[in-house]
Design a protein around this ligand. Structure first.
Ligand SMILES: [Zn+2]
Length: 343
């Protein structure tokens, strides 16, 4: 064993006690602390996992799969099983509006110890985000959340040993006691990818600003978006598939622009409304036009009104502000059009 008075193995020529000893002690302390927290987390996770596979949740399991996975290829999807399980347990919002962790907490309230309750509380607030290493010092790494500018500190230096200051990543942080650990897989990404994801998500958030009070709340409710980026990054065939889909959509939008038969309201609908609502929207608009004869007013106002109407009818949770923003009109214009259409 290495003695305090031996030469330090780092090759400095100094005695160990005057060189790396303290650093090594600190590092050992950190890794013990991280190890203990991981153990606590994964023990609770095992219980959650078992609970979640009760057959009463089978239908929810299928629904979660539909939201989570991009392609219908079992072999490819199997690679993301671990992420999916985390999603299903910690993020998927069930038909009763609850997440599995909450359901578990309510059913096991009396059998949980304080540490387990604490971890569960942290899981309620956990999300996937894009981080960047801000600082590395004294066995600690400070990560900056690039989506909401918050900073967190972790002692999980082992996991992050290949990351340098400024390195971006996708990660999921969970707090266990006073320690932040990174769960599932931490994925290193390039600056370019980081910029794309951050800008995409900020744009998306701006459309929902009136529903979620801040970016963190938005992310807690939309972890599947980040998991979809993860699937694209780790599986080239998924990235290819999505690229082809985007191109097809762009071609379709172009084709719509040149066709002259359609009225402009339908053209706008085709560009904006999701495929599943398009036919209802067109039918509804054609019916409305038939009863009204000539319709006056800007097309985007009418198209927005139609989208809002059919989504409302379909029982979607949607606000006038969201739709108005999409069609670049004021919510009061949309309100007026909606009233006209409903009459
Ligand atoms: Zn040394």
């Amino acid at each position: 064993m290495l003695g305090r008075n031996d030469l330090c193995p780092c090759g400095s020529g100094k005695k160990y006690k005057k060189c790396c000893l303290n650093k090594d002690i600190a590092s050992e302390r950190s890794s013990r602390k991280i190890g203990l927290s991981q153990k606590q987390y994964y023990e609770l996770y095992a219980k959650l996992h078992e609970f979640s596979r009760n057959e009463k949740f089978n239908a929810e399991y299928e629904r979660a799969k539909e939201t989570f996975f991009i392609v219908e290829d079992e072999e490819i999807n199997a690679k993301f099983e671990r992420f999916f399980n985390t999603y299903f347990i910690q993020d998927h919002i069930m038909e009763n509006k609850k997440v599995m962790t909450v359901e578990f907490f309510e059913e096991n309230r009396d059998n949980l110890d304080i540490a387990e309750r604490d971890i569960l509380r942290s899981l309620f607030e956990s999300y996937v985000s894009v981080y960047e290493v801000k600082e590395i010092k004294d066995e600690k790494v400070i990560l900056k959340d690039c989506l909401n500018d918050k900073e967190i500190c972790t002692e999980d230096i082992n996991l992050l040993k290949d990351f340098k200051v400024g390195s971006p990543m996708i990660a999921r942080v969970v707090t266990v006691g006073d320690t932040n650990i990174l769960i599932d897989i931490t994925i290193s990404i390039s600056d370019g990818i980081k910029d794309i994801i951050v800008s995409d998500i900020k744009t998306l958030f701006s459309q929902y600003e009136d529903i979620y009070k801040d970016m963190k709340t938005f992310l807690i409710h939309h972890t599947h978006i980040l998991y979809k980026y993860i699937q694209q990054l780790l599986e080239p065939s998924i990235a290819e598939y999505l690229k082809a889909q985007r191109e097809e959509k762009a071609t379709k939008a172009q084709a719509v622009e040149v066709s002259e038969d359609d009225c402009k309201v339908i053209t706008m609908l085709k560009q904006n409304i999701e495929d599943e609502f398009l036919q209802d929207g067109i039918n509804f608009w054609n019916e409305y036009k038939k009863t009204q004869g000539e319709v006056k007013g800007a097309e985007n106002g009418w198209a927005a009104g139609v989208e809002y109407y059919v989504k409302k009818e379909a029982g979607q949770t949607i606000t006038q502000a969201q739709i108005a923003k999409k069609y670049e009109i004021s919510p009061s214009t949309l309100g007026k059009r909606y009233k006209d259409l409903k009459a």
